[in-house]
Design a binder for this molecule. Structure first.
Ligand code: ATP
Ligand code: MG
Length: 194
C-alpha cells in the first residue's frame, strides 16, 4: 500500500427518513422551564488526506482522481513553494477534463482560460500583492463561470468559497508531501498505484 494516511471528518449521518424513534423506559422528558439550546444542525467537516508523491506520474494520478469530481463553480486552491508542482497538477487536471491545448503558464501571466468539458480558469496570484488586486481580476465572476484553479491561493484566502478544495504541496527529501482538504469525497488513495 502506498503511504497514505486518511483522516475523515466527523461525518454527518442524518437519521433515515421515517425511522421510528423508540425510547426506553428510562426516557426522561426535559423538566419544564429548562431552556433548550439547539446546535446549528448538521455541519459536515471537510475530509483531509495526506499523500506522498514520488514522481510526476504520481502527480498525474492525483490529477486523474480529482478531475472527474470537478465542475463549474468549484474552486481548487493550490499552496506550496516554487516548483512543488502546482502548475503541473493544474495542467493534468485540465487534460483530464478534455483541454486539448494547454499553454504552460509562466508566473507573469495572471490568468489562463481553457475550454474542456466546461470552462476552466487557471489563476496564478504569485505576482499580486493585495486582496484589492485579486478583486480587480473580477474573481467572483470567475468563480461563478468556471472551474477555477488558483496557484498561490493564500493571497486570496479571504475570498475563497467555503467549499474550496485546498491542496498544499511541500518538498520532503526525495518526494513531495501533499495534503488535500475537501468536502467532496475524492477517493485519492484508490487512484494511486501500490
Ligand atoms: N511528483 C513530482 N515528482 C517530480 N517532479 C515533479 C512532480 N510533480 C511535478 N514535478 C515537476 O516539477 C516541476 C515544477 O513544477 P511546477 O512548475 O508545476 O511548480 P509550481 O508549483 O507551479 O511552481 P511555481 O510556484 O513556480 O509556479 C515541473 O517541471 C514538473 O515536471
Ligand atoms: Mg506554477
Amino acid at each position: 500500500m502506498r503511504d497514505l494516511k486518511k483522516t475523515y471528518g466527523s461525518g454527518c449521518k442524518p437519521e433515515p427518513a421515517g425511522k421510528k424513534k423508540t425510547y426506553g423506559s428510562g426516557y426522561k422528558p426535559e423538566p419544564a422551564g429548562k431552556k433548550k439550546t439547539y446546535g446549528s444542525g448538521c455541519k459536515p467537516e471537510p475530509a483531509e488526506e495526506n499523500i506522498k508523491l514520488f514522481s510526476e506520474e504520481d502527480t498525474i494520478n492525483l490529477a486523474k482522481a480529482i478531475a472527474p469530481e470537478l465542475k463549474v463553480g468549484d474552486v481548487v486552491a493550490l499552496y506550496g513553494e516554487l516548483g512543488t508542482g502546482k502548475t503541473f497538477l493544474t495542467q493534468w487536471i485540465c487534460r483530464f477534463l478534455g483541454v486539448k491545448e494547454y499553454t504552460s503558464s509562466p508566473s507573469y501571466v495572471l490568468m489562463n482560460e481553457y475550454i474542456g468539458k466546461f470552462p476552466i480558469c487557471h489563476v496564478d496570484l504569485y505576482r499580486l500583492d493585495s486582496i484589492d488586486e485579486v478583486l480587480e481580476l473580477g474573481i467572483y465572476e470567475i468563480f461563478e463561470k468556471n472551474l477555477t484553479i488558483i496557484e498561490w491561493a493564500e493571497k486570496a484566502k479571504k475570498l475563497l468559497p467555503k467549499n474550496t478544495i485546498h491542496i498544499w504541496f511541500e518538498f520532503e527529501n526525495s518526494h513531495r508531501n501533499v495534503k488535500v482538504q475537501s468536502y467532496k469525497k475524492l477517493r485519492l488513495g484508490e487512484s494511486l498505484p501500490d
